[in-house]
Design a protein around this ligand. Structure first.
Ligand SMILES: C[S@@+](CC[C@H](N)C(=O)[O-])C[C@H]1O[C@@H](n2cnc3c(N)ncnc32)[C@H](O)[C@@H]1O
Length: 309
């Protein structure tokens, strides 16, 4: 297939048709104008050696692969001015979200498909977590609590960012997954790190001291807990008066080793952000009512950062 001056709509329809008859191990290929030839908005008409083309930046082909639930391979340079793009359909059955059969506390443990995901190797997640840390006040002597710490990745980046003072910050991570916590404990053996193997619904029984920063990413929405109730308890009883909050809400799925944009809810085959917006609205409103200034941003994960003015 060669695409020259066709609209993106006609390319989309054609590729969807090709993909419909494509097996999991198949690859579809098409030639397009080399995006490096110019720098225009997507959709700009250009002419090369008398041939009309519609110019598209390379990002368009990456995004198109994602919306078509495909993996994009490294493009190949063809004759001058053209590249070969190859897409392979993602195996929609290869998603860790489908996993069942393990004990609930080990759903995200060592050996789970979740443990193969390194979110800090994803540019948006990394950038937005770093931004969250920059938006809040972090000082030596502070106490940081993380709900759903898993193997400790969020503490690792925190420590790297606040390198100069992190040894004078007290970190507490709670998770009910023994195998993930074992790794966290091994990675953070210093006295200023404390990992608690407990159900976060029992946070009121743990005798925790007041905390200056509370972080929880991808955890409060777990179906087995009432995340909103736990959060209300934390704001009222554990977070210091001038404390800050960082929450992360998944707006993506992991399919066949790729992160795919858009939260998914039961009974919808495509993404549906209703529940995500409802949850974020709850936390935002609740925090604003308690005098916090709230910011939300992000892509594959939506981050909510709350701090006192
Ligand atoms: C989706 S993972 C997110 C982990 C990590 N924050 C991240 O974003 O990569 C959810 C984590 O919360 C933990 N978790 C879920 N429900 C919990 C509960 N009721 N009590 C304690 N931990 C829980 C899981 O074991 C898991 O480590």
């Amino acid at each position: 297939m060669i695409f020259t001056d066709q609209s993106l709509h006609s390319i989309y329809v054609r590729l969807k048709m090709e993909l419909a008859s494509c097996g999991i191990n198949d690859t579809i290929e098409f030639e397009v104008i080399d995006p490096d030839i110019s720098n225009e908005f997507s959709g700009t008409e250009i002419s090369i050696l008398g041939q009309k083309y519609i110019y598209r930046p390379f990002k368009v082909w990456v995004d198109l692969a994602e919306v078509l639930h495909c993996k994009i391979h490294t493009p190949r340079q063809l004759k001058p001015n053209r590249i070969l793009i190859r897409y392979s359909p993602l195996n929609l059955n290869k998603s860790w979200h489908n996993h069942s059969g393990v004990h609930i506390t080990e759903k995200y443990g060592v050996g789970s498909d979740f443990s193969k995901i390194f979110k800090f190797e994803e540019p948006y997640f990394l950038n937005d977590y770093l931004r969250s840390l920059k938006e809040i006040q972090v000082d030596k002597g502070m106490k940081v609590l993380n709900l759903g710490i898993n193997r400790g990745d969020e503490f690792k980046i925190f420590k790297e960012v606040y390198n100069g003072i992190s040894d004078r910050i007290k970190f507490t991570g709670i998770d009910h997954c023994p195998s993930a916590l074992k790794i966290a404990k091994k990675n953070f053996p210093d006295d200023n790190f404390n990992f608690i193997n407990e159900d976060i619904a029992k946070i009121g029984d743990l005798g925790l001291p007041e905390q200056d920063i509370v972080i929880s990413i991808g955890t409060l929405q777990s179906p087995d807990i009432d995340g909103k109730e736990i959060f209300r308890y934390i704001v009222q009883n554990i977070l210091s008066k001038e404390g800050s909050v960082i929450l992360g809400f998944p707006n993506s799925r992991y399919i066949d080793c790729e992160v795919v944009y858009g939260a998914k809810t039961k009974n919808y085959s495509e993404s549906n952000l209703n529940l995500l917006f409802k949850d974020i609205s709850f936390y935002k409103k609740y925090l604003q009512q308690h005098g916090f200034k709230v910011l939300t941003f992000g892509k594959y994960y939506v981050f909510l950062v709350a701090k006192k003015d």
